[in-house]
Design a protein around this ligand. Structure first.
Ligand SMILES: [Zn+2]
Length: 132
């Protein structure tokens, strides 16, 4: 897993421009949530690998003048990136489908989460550039 994380973080940093902002989910809360369903070992392994990837990405990004931020993953798969409607029913976790009950926008749920992370990154940039 460490080797995969090394290669993946290296590829990401090389693929994008030096001033790139990488936005990842802060997944510390996920492990706690999954522990309740007694799949602790499996999920904590996944969490650990993701945590390692995040740190490898952080130091490799820093060496190239890029940055990594970890944002709250809450509702990233339930919030519509088009109308901002937030509902648990928007996401069918088993089918990996997102379908907004408000505006009808539909897509893959991971894609939706990525779109929402991009928005959080844009909001972060607006905030830090406004305070300069
Ligand atoms: Zn919508």
């Amino acid at each position: 897993m460490s080797d995969v994380n090394h290669q993946l973080s290296k590829a990401l940093v090389e693929r994008y421009e030096p001033n790139t902002l990488f936005v990842v989910e802060n997944l510390t809360g996920v492990r706690q949530a999954t522990e309740k369903v007694r799949k602790k070992d499996r999920y904590s392994t996944v969490s650990w690998a993701f945590y390692q990837l995040r740190h490898m990405l952080e130091y490799k990004a820093a060496m190239k003048g890029a940055k990594v931020i970890a944002v709250d993953p809450k509702y990233t798969s339930q919030t519509c990136p088009k109308c901002n409607g937030k509902a648990q029913e928007n996401r069918d976790k088993k089918k990996h489908v997102f379908h907004c009950t408000h505006c009808g926008y539909a897509s893959n749920d991971d894609r939706i989460a990525a779109m929402n992370l991009e928005r959080k990154g844009t909001e972060y940039l607006a905030q830090v550039t406004a305070s300069v």
